[in-house]
Design a protein around this ligand. Structure first.
Ligand SMILES: [Zn+2]
Length: 159
């Protein structure tokens, strides 16, 4: 005879990746609590209300025990235009079509003028100028760099 069984899986609320056990390849269990426990043991974050799940790549817990959602990929360089787009897509309040304040990987971004934003970087609060700078996310925080420098070139590695 055939028995139909209901199964539960967990996927990341940010990147949509499905949890899969690295050793067994199991992604589904018949009990929600079992699959959540598996995911949690693999470094996933599950919100207290059980509504949100974040994979290890998409979140971190800061020194104050707060959940930080990584909304910008690490080591990715973004231009001013991509930065504006990021703000518009990540919950910034918008004034005159421009994002006013939001967070990138948990760090505060605020509008200074239409060509310049103030960014909470590894080196403190820095200006990010249109046409001059680019922004890069590192594990330890954000960094503003001159858009004309190649961060992969020997000698200019910021780490
Ligand atoms: Zn994710």
């Amino acid at each position: 005879m055939i028995n139909q069984v209901e199964m539960f899986g967990v996927s990341c609320d940010r990147c949509k990746e499905q949890y899969e056990c690295r050793t067994t390849g199991i992604s589904f269990r018949t009990e929600i609590s079992d699959i959540e426990e598996d995911a949690s043991e693999s470094g996933w974050h599950i919100s207290n209300d059980g509504q949100k799940h974040y994979c290890p790549k998409c979140h971190t817990i800061n020194d104050e025990d707060e959940l930080i959602i990584k909304n910008l990929e690490l080591h990715k360089q973004i231009s001013f235009d991509e930065f504006i787009k990021h703000g518009l897509e990540n919950g910034a309040n918008v004034v005159n079509g421009l994002p006013w304040s939001w967070k990138i990987n948990g760090k505060a971004i605020t509008h200074e003028n239409d060509q310049c934003y103030i960014v909470e970087t590894i080196d403190g609060k820095k200006e990010f100028w249109k046409g001059r700078d680019k922004l890069i996310a590192f594990e330890s925080g954000l960094r503003i760099m001159d858009a004309s420098t190649d961060s992969h070139a020997p000698g200019s590695c910021p780490m």
